[in-house]
Design a protein around this ligand. Structure first.
Ligand code: WT7
Length: 651
């Protein structure tokens, strides 16, 4: 793992962001919900107001009520323990297992043979798995993992695409108390290796290959490369999926199908302490080393269940499609665990949204009668480009709610989504949250009045505010740091093995509050307008990538002496990377060769997530006297904006 010890830049509020937010807030169109939606909603306007009030006056009571909706093997003694803050504990001494709530309890009811997962492959084949199917499949994997020596607390890396196996394996880990660490299948061998080694995983679960955009991605080969340096891994389980030839000669590799042969379909789900770890999910920060965000069994399930039930108004009859990938927190919370706990039907699609034609998503909605679609602004903007005649060709009338996540949604995309996908009938739930928050934090519910571009207000039981650098609330209409003032049950409990870093990054700059890293503005009605990150983290197509990680990948190349990376606006992806490089002495390659080689190098190091607009070669970079690169200066020059205070600039 490469560690670049860098202090995060203490950026001030970007003046250009305030200007654009002001323009957005002038938008006077209000979107009121349809009466029938409000009448039948899981939370009606009256109860919503009461819940907001209760969340403020009786935080613990509010979340305790939410916890009662789930099954526990033993009830908690105390809802919230603040004694070791910021290491808060929820549902102290409660015993539970999230997989019990997602599967076991359903198979004792009429949901036993209800469809849990509708899966569509990129080639268009459908597979339906009932709750009972999923229950038995995950029991078998839990048994197989146990026979491989995996025990409660051990880490299992899951490197799988968006196919049912990923849900089965996550649930299997949860059942036996192993901690899963899902690594998004778009990450490179090096990124996989770093994550596997940081978590000291005993097992990796993967596939031979999968389909994306008409091509076969040979995932097993990526694992082979990572495995050259993964000393803790004893077994690699390979599921057959793309049916391509793979080399299984290494003694550590076993076929998934062979392991399942004759395996028992029953497994006794392990009783876990509410605070026992459920998973680690790595996310980028302001240094080159990703943070292993740690979530637990108890509070996490309470948070995602309550938010999904109220925000997406989930009912048993819904067909819920969250088009993210299970490799991100969105997929953990709202493809796998949330919908299954709610006993609804969740949709998974293996492939690319434009494959083979730009109507693939609308086709899937029509084919399965999807009732709720939850997707990202970058996807909406991409589909918008192909025109409204694509969604118009399909019967999308089953849709009743829409959702957005990953970055601020621009009002143009909001309106297009509302008119052409929702046919003016479906409110758009713009949900602000993070890997660290585990659940929706700033979000409307269907009965709220919406303003396109605003994520509404904090969810009941969530205390959020916008403050200045000293932690004082900023006046209405002024930008500031978004903070969360009270703990919430689905909050991250730690950074894996780095408690000091956890305290430092989130809890130390402003004592007593959780610092989100985002900037926001509140308008006169109390609506929150998110304005992007305050730190050196890019948001490329909804994917969070630290500039330090990109820079550290670059300087590992033999030609590169120094590198700086900034985000520049992009019409479809929101933001993409622009890179400045100082070459080492004596490197005299042609510029084309340099650029291609460095782009390929980033891809190799990090995977295809980092989209590079351009690489330019410099003799020097703007730095502070203490030697920190001032990305803000590069950005202002690039975008033709005011540079701001230059008193700390050295050269
Ligand atoms: C960052 C978290 C949580 C799932 C997806 C990404 C940005 C997320 C919104 C939204 C404005 C948003 C923030 C946040 N973000 N949702 N609705 N409006 N910005 O999870 O990778 O942990 O990234 O995504 O900047 O901090 P993540």
């Amino acid at each position: 793992m490469e560690v670049v010890a860098k202090e995060p830049n203490k950026e001030e509020v970007h003046p250009e962001r305030e200007e654009t937010t002001e323009a957005l807030m002038n938008e006077k169109r209000l979107f009121r919900p349809l009466p029938e939606l409000v009448v039948n909603a899981n939370i009606n306007p009256n109860d919503y107001e009461n819940a907001v009030r209760k969340g403020k006056t009786d935080l613990e009571g509010f979340w305790e009520e939410a916890a009662m909706e789930l099954d526990w093997f033993r009830k908690w003694d105390k809802v919230l323990d603040r004694s070791d803050a910021p290491f808060y504990k929820w549902f102290v001494n409660g015993k539970t297992n999230i997989a019990y709530n997602a599967l076991d309890r359903h198979v004792k009811t009429h949901r036993k043979n209800k469809v849990a997962i509708i899966f569509e492959s990129e080639a268009g084949q459908r597979t339906r798995m009932t709750y009972y199917d999923l229950y038995r499949a995950s029991n078998m994997v839990a048994n197989a993992l146990t026979s491989l020596g995996v025990r409660k607390g051990d880490r299992v890396a899951i490197y799988l695409p968006n196919i049912p196996h990923i849900a089965i394996c996550m649930l299997a880990c949860a059942k036996l108390g192993a901690v899963h660490s899902v690594v998004y299948a778009g990450f490179s061998a090096i990124a996989l290796r770093d994550r596997v080694n940081d978590a000291q995983a005993k097992v990796i679960i993967t596939v031979d290959g999968f389909h994306r955009n008409g091509k076969v991605i040979k995932l097993k080969e990526v694992v082979d490369e990572a495995m050259l340096d993964c000393p803790t891994v004893e077994t690699v389980i390979v599921a057959k999926w793309a049916d391509i030839p793979v080399d299984m000669s290494d003694g550590r590799y076993v076929w998934y199908e062979d392991l399942m042969e004759g395996e028992s379909k029953s497994f006794e789900t392990v009783s876990m302490d509410a605070e026992d770890p459920l998973f680690i999910l790595y996310t980028s920060g302001t240094t080159g080393k990703p943070k292993g965000i740690l979530h637990t069994h108890g509070g996490y399930q309470v948070g995602i269940n309550r938010t999904l039930k109220w925000v997406f108004d989930i009912k048993e009859t819904d067909i819920f499609w969250c088009s993210a990938d299970p490799g991100w927190i969105t997929g953990h919370s709202y493809i796998v665990y949330g919908p299954l706990i709610a006993g609804t039907t969740t949709v998974m699609y293996e492939g690319h949204p434009l494959y083979p034609t730009p109507d693939r998503m609308w086709q899937i909605i029509a084919k399965y009668g999807v009732t709720i679609l939850y997707t990202a602004p970058t996807t909406i903007r991409m589909l918008m480009r192909f025109g409204a005649h694509y969604p118009k060709k399909y019967d999308l009338s089953t849709l009743r709610l829409l959702g957005s996540v990953g970055e601020p949604i621009n009002p143009e995309a909001w309106i297009w989504y509302y008119e052409n996908v929702g046919n003016h009938n479906c409110p758009i739930m713009d949900t602000w949250w993070q890997t660290e928050t585990g659940m929706f934090m700033i979000t409307p519910v269907p009965s709220n009045v919406l303003k396109p571009g605003s994520a509404y207000k904090p969810f009941p039981g969530v205390q959020a505010d916008v403050v200045d650098a000293k932690g004082n609330p900023v006046p209405t209409g002024k930008g500031g740091f978004l903070v969360i003032k009270e703990p919430w049950p689905a909050m991250a409990r730690n950074i894996y093995k780095e408690p000091e870093r956890y305290k430092e990054v989130y809890w130390s700059k402003m004592p007593g509050v959780y610092l989100t890293g985002d900037m926001a503005t509140k308008d006169e009605d109390g609506y929150f307008w998110l304005q992007g990150r305050s730190d050196d983290v890019l948001n490329i197509a909804g994917h969070r990538i630290g500039t330090a990680e990109i820079e550290s990948a670059l300087v590992s190349h033999k030609w590169v002496a120094e590198a700086a990376c900034i985000g520049v606006p992009d019409k479809i992806r929101g933001e993409i990377a622009k890179i400045f490089v100082i070459l080492k002495e004596g490197v005299e390659e042609d510029e084309d060769i340099l650029v291609n080689e460095l782009k390929a190098h980033i891809r190799k190091k990090m995977g295809p997530l980092v989209i590079v607009k351009s690489i330019s070669f410099q003799d020097k970079l703007p730095k502070t006297r203490s030697g920190k690169i001032m990305r803000r200066v590069l950005k202002a020059e690039e975008l033709g904006l005011k540079v701001g205070d230059l008193s700390t600039l050295d050269n």
